[in-house]
Ligand binder design. Structure first.
Ligand code: FES
Length: 126
């Protein structure tokens, strides 16, 4: 299975526009994460940003298995070893760098990436 195309928040109702600052790199510890919820009426779109030392990745907060939010505790996405993203429902584990599920009921599927960019200390909608 190929990784899905990265989604743009610019196309999501209720989300900030292209170029908007989501948060600052300094808001996240080296392996820290932050979740965001965007709403427009009854529509809801959840994402999270995972810092991975000098890099950051953004994914939709929806597990490929049952489309449930991944965090096992609000805003915590990494497994106990701090090596993979782990779904809090049935334990699927995903590579941080590309969202591939390497273990669990959705093995071989991918998290959906969300387009962001880093400019200096700012993490922006891309
Ligand atoms: S909902 Fe994520 S592993 Fe089942």
């Amino acid at each position: 299975m190929k990784p899905p195309r990265a989604e743009s928040l610019d196309e999501v109702p209720g989300a900030p526009p292209f170029g908007a600052v989501l948060c600052r790199l300094g808001d996240l510890p080296p392996r820290g994460s932050k979740s965001f919820q965007f709403r427009d009426g009854r529509l809801r779109y959840d994402i999270f940003i995972q810092r991975w030392d000098d890099k950051v990745y953004a994914y939709r907060d929806a597990c490929p298995h049952l489309k449930l939010p991944l965090d096992w505790r609000r805003g915590h996405f990494l497994d106990i070893e701090g090596q993979h993203i782990q779904c809090g429902h049935h334990g699927a584990r995903f590579r941080v760098e590309d969202g591939l599920c390497i273990d669990g009921p959705c093995k071989g599927e991918y998290l959906t990436p969300v387009r962001i960019t880093v400019r200096g200390d700012e993490i922006l909608v891309a």
